[in-house]
Design a binder for this molecule. Structure first.
Ligand SMILES: *Cc1c(COP(=O)(O)O)cnc(C)c1O
Length: 384
């Protein structure tokens, strides 16, 4: 799956940086990106790293949590989330979700909290604003447990006139190639708390930049991504892009990482070339998110016609619709050929409770239903 927000100027930037290797560790470019993101997002502090998962690690470091405790997290997520928690010495405890917005169900969260719960992760999935957003934050406040917002799908989504990620203690975003905006790989951690920001800064100062070989590969991946998935003539350009850049292809999550190992390249801060592409992408997010919303309105009509359960826009929210999720019959998720006649690439986020890994997660029956039945549709479409 690909979010298709890379354009010609992004590819030109990638090519420019492949030629200009002297400035790869120019921190001022990264500072500019972080400031621009913070301003656009309405956050006080922002820190860029090489992945949403790394940004989550930065949030965990900032919160200075006692190791050995538990983390209450959605039982419908990506494996890199529980991994980041385990790397920080915390045990993930899975909470069930609701089927309006696929966020944590606050009632189940209350049941799963124990005296050992050190942090709560709430998620805004598919770009929707979590149904129980306010209630989950209230649980955190009542019990004195910090809340991290997983905004990996929801960059730019708003609730009550403010972007998501600004109400919890801290939040993280992703610019991985399948997310709302695209630097190939990348993430951003934000907070409005000055004390947490000091520790977030410390995390990033200690982190190293990717080595030259990896930065080179990351830039080639931006080009691959553009020519294979976004270029207007991608049906042609993808062939020569594979010949030219294919040998440098990277995967976002390695098989070892899926098995719970921490790869050597984990934990890097973002180098100047990718920050520069991120800055360029930031200027486009609003335009693309408006396109996504228009497409979502069309998918609403389609879902009604098909008799499928639609996602819910909670009152006072403006979702971004990274994908348009619907609940159908399990056969619809098992055999995706129905999408051929629509001419779109259907998504299966999430195939398991901790996608894509078959980790046994008990006591999350509603999440199990989403695992069996939720398919999602792209929202960057031709002609919208
Ligand atoms: C993709 C994703 C992440 C991690 O983001 P990366 O940039 O890939 O590290 C975290 N949470 C959710 C829900 C995601 O889908």
């Amino acid at each position: 799956m690909n979010s298709r927000t890379l354009e010609r100027d992004d590819a030109q930037l990638a090519r420019h940086w492949l030629r200009d290797r002297q400035r790869w560790d120019d921190a001022s470019v990264v500072g500019e990106y972080q400031e621009a993101f913070a301003r656009w997002n309405g956050s006080k502090h922002a820190f860029a790293s090489m992945g949403g998962r790394v940004a989550l690690s930065a949030c965990l470091h900032a919160l200075d949590l006692e190791p050995g405790g538990e983390a209450a997290i959605p039982g419908y997520t990506c494996v890199v989330v529980p991994n980041a928690l385990r790397f920080a010495g915390l045990k993930p405890v899975y909470c069930d979700i609701e089927l309006d917005t696929y966020g944590v169900d606050v009632e189940d969260l209350r049941r799963k909290i124990t005296p050992r719960t050190r942090v709560i992760i709430l998620q805004h999935l598919y770009g929707l604003v979590s149904r129980d957003y306010e209630k989950i934050l209230a649980v955190g406040r009542e019990r004195g447990i910090p809340v991290i917002e997983d905004c990996a799908h929801a960059t730019g989504a708003e609730y009550d006139g403010r972007k998501v990620g600004n109400r919890g203690d801290c939040a993280f975003y992703s610019s991985e190639q399948s997310k709302v905006f695209n630097t190939g790989q990348g993430g951003m951690a934000v907070t409005n708390d000055d004390a947490l920001a000091v520790r977030m800064a410390e995390f990033h100062e200690r982190a190293s930049y990717p080595g030259a070989r990896r930065t080179d590969a990351l830039l080639h991946n931006v080009l691959l991504n553009y020519y294979e998935r976004s270029h207007p003539k991608r049906w042609v350009t993808r062939y020569w892009a594979r010949l030219r850049h294919g040998h440098k292809r990277l995967v976002s999550t390695t098989p070892e990482e899926e098995r719970g190992m921490r790869p050597d390249h984990y934990g890097h801060r973002m180098p100047a070339p990718l920050a520069s592409i991120g800055l360029n992408q930031l200027g486009k997010i609003d335009r693309f998110n408006n396109r996504r919303r228009t497409a979502a309105a069309a998918w609403d009509l389609w879902a009604d016609e098909q008799g499928l359960r639609k996602p819910v826009r909670i009152p006072d929210s403006t979702p971004v619709f990274l994908r348009y999720p619907v609940l159908g019959a399990p056969e619809m998720k098992r055999d995706l050929s129905w999408a051929d006649q629509l001419g779109v690439e259907p998504g299966v986020w999430f195939k398991t409770h901790v996608h894509p890994v078959q980790e046994p997660v008990s006591d999350c029956p509603t999440a199990g239903l989403a695992v069996d039945r939720c398919v999602n549709l792209p929202t960057i479409l031709e002609g919208f």
